[in-house]
Ligand binder design. Structure first.
Ligand SMILES: *Cc1c(COP(=O)(O)O)cnc(C)c1O
Length: 850
């Protein structure tokens, strides 16, 4: 085409009556309020899809005529006013659901994360972690929690995935036009943009602060793409998880250090700080630096910083933990080590993890800079205690401070509209206030089976339509023939959704073992082609662009899906995002997850499936390890062996058996109404047991009760009176640590091996305290009784009392222990440091056993 092409965008004038559409487009409330999104859809369904369900972009492009018609359309206006009324009620009435624990007046939580997933129109997430963070914010808004979130505003977000004709993943990146995102620059009262500086080697990088409204709460985002930065530095916030380790350290410095400075710049004073995964751990250094500059020594500053800080770890997979080389740390923090009042070794020691080499481990820093740590499911909590055990070297892993809060999903975001309507009729609108009430949800059983089933089938039809559209686009783009397309789609009929469909969609990280199903191809072929009980499998998911083996899995599935015998029965769909996730978790019959135990920290897609009546078939790992109750789905028991290939083969065998003997027969056991009442029963049981447990309202309430509130209270104890507690505690810890190697205990009584019931065991210990005082320690006896036949172990702890000295000048500790039962008992004796300002009994990591 000769000549220059100039481009021009014509924006509609939004009629006054509909002016508040812009307000709705600017609040991420739309990401969980389907009636709001429905308004845009109704104005122009085709454009709505074209603009990727992005309301702001939609409002820039929609025909003005359509808006004017809508402004005259009573039916549209009625929906519009209903949405506005719901929105205004939500915003005006800051109601906390009854019985929910709150924070104290003036408390505020700051939540830092490298990614946030709210909706497909706001692409600053890559997968589970981001969507979880988005759900956390949404639930915090629902609970009217004093809460702000901090993240990075990526120009490109994560990549869009195409899959070519050979099954290769093609990663494409598109620049976001910030005008299309539901964000605005944060301004000073005088109208100037708020910017913060972060020192990198030889220069100061400037980051601009943006804000996204998420109902009641605000998400702040930092962006370095500014003219005052060098080209290299403008690139820092370019791409989520893009670039090498140097890019990663720069991004994390902007997030951690810039994030703290940004909150200061807008005058926000958090009393609780939540580091959601190690990427944000540098906030600790910045907050400690602030205190050092106010005159605290580093140890007291770290004590104060840690006192109100929570760290959540999200994965046992090593690649999920950033470890920066020492040289890189010195290059990037060299200038700041002095400002912290540290020497190089002490500084690098903050990121040292004894069992992982000499790099600077962000997880280790996050643990040292927080007094509250948690994993994201029961199993993962235990795995994390083990993984982090070396940070409390003398403490048994099960007693270190790492706890867990199992992840949950935001119900308004991930519950299909069709269920909402059915719940309104059968449970009453009240269900929205009863999200965590397990008794209430038993009422799901009262929904008539045929209505329940018709919702399931309607959602399946919609899913099939969506999958057909996506497969068609993918196939035509890859220049496939129409005849081939017909063959591929012949079993996907939206008008007849009677076929059993199994879904598997998530990131293609290798530990998730997307190809486990293909262990035995002949057996799988028999399953998908069963004469009376055919099964279709739908796969979707992205592999990180640097993850070659992950991309290989996509190719494998793509290739197998084209083999005779599998064609049309197995599908690999490109472009997995939140929109496709919703369609799949709503519409498939079975949600499959078969990770390598115990690598799935939680997993949340199965929770999304479960709340919609889709039945889980999963390895007992992550959330399913506690969600499965024997009846609400199917479980693949992990095979505990050192040989991963054997585990894989055996777990695949279990998967086939479950499909053949349980899933397929139950699904196809058609009753007189044309559906399986056994299936409906199981699906209902799954929904009613999972929804009230694995939702984000429960999760955030639990964070408030078990972590935020304790951290706020502890922070005040340690930081009050000009950080008096922090000074006292850090000096005490220093004293204890210096003396500890000289501490010892020995037994002075003659240790009888039997006593008569009613008598006391008179324990007497001589304790060498090496200069410590008796009140600096606790000497403890743990008595345990094992009841073999009941497989029960009862434990009781007793503290020994300090009583004078032994003849050789050691401290005497005594206890008259009167067991309240007969039988065989074991007891052990130990000593550990104690101070009333400790947040966790064993945070010092010191403990000596007799
Ligand atoms: C829920 C979700 C995930 C996380 O799924 P897992 O089962 O935890 O792996 C990833 N990506 C998208 C788009 C999701 O909606």
């Amino acid at each position: 085409m000769p000549g220059t092409v100039f481009s021009l965008e014509v924006n509609p004038q939004i009629p006054a009556k509909l002016a508040r559409l812009s307000e709705l487009a600017n609040d991420l409330w739309y990401s969980w309020d389907r009636p709001t999104r429905e308004l845009f859809f109704r104005l122009d369904p085709v454009l709505w899809d074209e603009v990727g369900h992005n309301p702001k972009r939609f409002l820039r492009q929609v025909e003005e005529k359509r808006l004017q018609e809508a402004a005259q359309d009573r039916v549209f206006l009625e929906s519009f006013y209903r949405v506005l009324s719901a929105y205004d009620t939500y915003m005006l009435e800051q109601l906390r659901p009854q019985g929910q624990p709150g924070l104290d007046q003036g408390d505020l939580v700051a939540y830092f994360c490298a990614e946030f997933g709210f909706h497909e129109s706001f692409p600053i997430y890559s997968g589970g972690l981001g969507i979880l963070a988005g759900d956390h914010c949404k639930a915090a808004s629902d609970l009217s929690l004093p809460f702000v979130a901090m993240g990075l505003l990526y120009r490109q977000g994560y990549f869009y995935q195409f899959i070519d004709a050979e099954g290769n993943q093609v990663a494409t990146y598109a620049d976001s036009d910030f005008e299309n995102l539901p964000i605005s620059p944060v301004l000073t009262p005088g109208g100037a943009e708020i910017k913060v500086g972060v020192e990198l080697p030889g220069r100061t990088v400037t980051a601009k602060l943006w804000m996204a409204r998420v109902g009641h709460i605000k998400l702040y985002l930092l962006d370095t793409n500014l003219p005052e930065n060098s080209d290299e530095d403008r690139y820092i916030t370019h791409r989520l998880y893009g670039g090498d380790i140097t890019m990663r350290i720069k991004q994390e410095m902007i997030l951690g250090i810039g994030g703290v400075r940004a909150l200061r710049a807008v005058g926000i004073k958090p009393s609780v700080w939540h580091i959601n995964e190690g990427h944000a751990a540098f906030m600790i250094l910045e907050r400690a630096r602030e205190l050092v500059s106010q005159g605290l020594d580093f140890n007291a500053a770290l004590e104060a910083t840690a006192s109100a800080t929570i760290f959540t770890t999200h994965t046992p997979v090593p690649a999920g933990h950033d470890i920066f080389p020492r040289e890189l740390m010195l290059e990037y923090f060299g200038g700041q080590i002095q400002a912290l009042g540290l020497d190089t070794e002490r500084f690098l020691g903050l990121g040292l993890k004894s069992n992982e080499g000499f790099g600077f481990n962000q997880t280790a820093l996050a643990v040292r800079g927080s007094r509250f740590q948690n994993g994201v499911s029961r199993i993962h909590g235990h795995v994390s205690s083990e993984m982090l055990a070396d940070l409390w070297p003398q403490v048994p892993p099960e007693e270190n401070p790492v706890s867990y809060v199992t992840n949950g999903v935001h119900v308004p975001t991930f519950l299909a509209q069709e269920w909402r309507e059915l719940f309104d009729s059968y449970l009453g609108g009240e269900w929205r206030n009863r999200l965590c009430d397990t008794d209430f949800w038993r009422r799901v059983e009262q929904i008539p089976d045929h209505l329940y089933w018709s919702v399931r089938q309607a959602l399946k039809s919609q899913m099939i339509k969506e999958v057909r559209e996506r497969l068609t686009l993918q196939h035509r783009r890859n220049a496939g023939s129409e005849a081939h397309l017909d063959r591929l789609l012949r079993h996907l009929d939206p008008l007849d959704p009677s076929v059993l469909v199994v879904g598997f969609a998530r990131r293609f990280a290798t530990y998730k073992r997307a190809t486990l199903l293909f262990e035995d191809l002949e057996r799988l072929k028999a399953i998908v082609n069963h004469a009376d009980r055919p099964v279709i499998f739908i796969f979707a998911g992205k592999a990180h662009p640097a993850d070659r083996p992950g991309q290989e899995l996509i190719r494998d599935i793509h290739r197998l899906a084209r083999q005779p015998g599998f064609e049309g029965k197995i599908h690999m769909i490109e472009g997995y995002d939140m929109g496709l996730a919703r369609a799949l978790v709503y519409g498939v019959d079975v949600w499959l997850n078969n990770p390598e135990y115990p690598m799935e920290a939680s997993g949340t897609s199965g929770e999304k499936a479960g709340i919609n009546g889709t039945i889980n078939l999963s390895v007992l790992d992550g959330w399913w390890g506690e969600g499965y109750n024997g009846h609400n789905g199917w479980a693949i028991k992990p095979v505990h062996t050192a040989d991963p290939l054997r585990a894989r083969a055996e777990e695949a065998a279990t998967l086939y058996e479950l499909l053949e003997n349980e899933v397929m027969p139950l699904y196809y056991q058609a009753g007189s109404y044309g559906f399986s009442s056994g299936w409906v029963k199981k699906s209902k049981h799954s929904m009613e047991t999972l929804l009230p447990r694995y939702n984000a309202a429960r999760m955030v309430s639990q964070y408030v009760r078990e972590l935020y509130r304790p951290a706020a209270i502890h922070g005040r104890r340690v930081c009050g009176e000009e950080y008096r507690g922090a000074r006292v505690l850090s000096q005490w810890k220093h004293r204890v640590q210096s003396a500890w190697s000289g501490v010892s205990i020995s037994r002075q009584d003659h240790a009888p091996d039997r006593i008569r019931y009613g008598n006391a065991l008179q324990l007497e210990l001589a304790v060498e305290l090496n200069g410590l005082q008796p009140e600096d320690v606790r000497v403890e006896c743990i008595l345990s009784q094992h009841f073999e036949r009941r497989n029960l172990r009862l434990e009781k702890n007793y503290f020994l009392r300090h009583e004078g000295q032994t003849v050789d000048g050691r401290h005497r500790f005594v206890l008259n222990l009167e067991p309240d039962a007969c039988g065989r008992m074991d007891y052990r004796i130990r000593i550990y440091p104690y101070h009333e300002l400790l947040a966790q009994a064993h945070e010092t990591g010191l403990m000596i056993w007799l």
